[in-house]
Ligand binder design. Structure first.
Ligand code: ADP
Ligand code: MG
Length: 363
């Protein structure tokens, strides 16, 4: 049998998909990615502008932002699929400049798993091993063990022989993940791998993905436009807007102190108001969902209300057992206020702000 044992120059440590703490540190240092203008004379598109991010070994970082904010461009730059206009990217301290895609030890999973339809589940996962240098490729027996281990990891044990055309959307993404993990990448990049799935499945798979990434111990960057998904899957979330990094932190950091109006918007805070409208001095405040309560004329103001805002009722809506009043605030901002049990308030003139629902923006 041809030896597939590591040669003398190969690393002695063979990271396995179920061995935690194998992840490599990823350093993204002042990175800019620019696309050439469509026609001569136009400005180049700055898809990513001076982004600096450190991802610790084994950490899962979520990259969140609206469509066009530069998420895919940043991932592609890490993978070596886009050149850097400036800045540098290092994995475990080694600069990736000039390193071709297949030498970076970076795995990718896309929105559409891009499985090979003519191959079985097993064939697709084995394909993932082809990115390994020849002297690190496992032999047949090792391959079988590795496939079994990976399928177990992604929750599809025993499905090795299935044609991938018979898989559901969620199963296909699990196989795409197994294929990307097969060569034990130093860094795994996931570009909206759950976005094509329906909401219920997406939420369930997010929980599984979080567990799989922890079990694999791989350093990972997970792109999504859903902050709840980001919080479920990642240790920290980085928010991009127009190619710039607005904030990076744990979900609690972001919710407690959104750095900018854009971050607060993305989190689902609203409305965002000058603090002096609430008698809270300078700067901006963001109101959490449920921060406003309808002040029904003739009824007592709830004790946790810290400020009043003039408001005009627009419509009454029912959401999961509670009634909400849609209102327009003084400067035309739209907002929703919780109505008291069974209440209605067509003659309402103000809404109350509950203290616990107010956060400062940008402090
Ligand atoms: P996201 O993944 O957050 O939706 P992208 O990284 O795909 O954002 O895009 C960031 C910006 O770069 C957008 O303005 C987009 O139009 C532009 N862009 C992306 N890819 C290319 C390309 N190949 N050529 C020119 N412009 C591009
Ligand atoms: Mg994208």
């Amino acid at each position: 049998m041809v030896s597939d044992q590591p040669g003398p120059t190969a690393p002695t440590r063979q990271p396995g998909p179920t061995a935690p703490d194998d992840g490599a540190a990823l350093e993204i240092d002042d990175v800019t990615v620019a696309y050439a203008p469509a026609s001569a004379g136009d400005e180049p598109t700055l898809a990513v502008s001076g982004v600096t991010l450190d991802v610790a070994g084994g950490e899962v970082l979520a990259l969140v932002g609206a469509s066009g904010s530069g998420k895919s461009s940043l991932l592609r730059a890490v993978a070596g699929l886009e050149p850097l206009a400036s800045g540098s990217i290092r994995i475990d301290g080694a600069d990736l400049r000039g390193q071709p895609v297949h030498r970076r030890g970076v795995g990718m999973v896309f929105q559409d798993g891009q499985l090979f339809e003519h191959l079985s589940v097993e064939g697709n996962v084995v394909y993932g091993l082809r990115s390994l240098p020849r002297d690190r490729r496992p032999d047949r027996a090792q391959q079988r063990a590795r496939i079994a281990e990976l399928l177990e990891l992604v929750g599809l044990a025993g499905m090795a022989r299935r044609p991938v055309t018979t898989l559901s959307g969620g199963q296909a993404q699990r196989i795409a993940l197994a294929r990307a993990l097969a060569p034990a990448p130093r860094v795994l990049l996931l570009d909206e791998p759950l976005s094509a799935l329906d909401r219920a499945l997406r939420e369930r798979l997010a929980v599984d993905l979080a567990a799989i990434l922890r079990a694999a111990g791989t350093t990972a960057v997970h792109v999504t436009h859903d902050l709840d998904e980001a919080a479920t899957i990642a240790d920290r979330t980085a928010v991009l807007d127009g190619g710039r990094l607005l904030q990076v932190g744990t979900p609690a950091d972001l919710w407690r102190a959104p750095a900018t109006r854009e971050v607060a918007d993305l989190l689902g805070y609203g409305p965002i108001l000058p603090a002096d409208r609430l008698g809270l001095g300078a700067g901006l405040v963001a109101l959490a969902p449920g921060a406003l309560v309808a002040l029904v004329p003739g009824e007592d103001t709830p004790p946790d209300v810290v400020a009043h805002l003039p408001a005009t009722p627009v419509a009454r809506r029912h959401v999961r057992g509670r009634w909400w009043l849609d209102v327009v605030l003084e400067k035309g901002e739209r907002a929703s206020a919780l109505l008291p049990e069974g209440g209605d308030a067509p003659d309402l003139v103000a809404v109350g702000v509950v203290g616990s629902g107010v956060v400062r923006v940008g402090e």
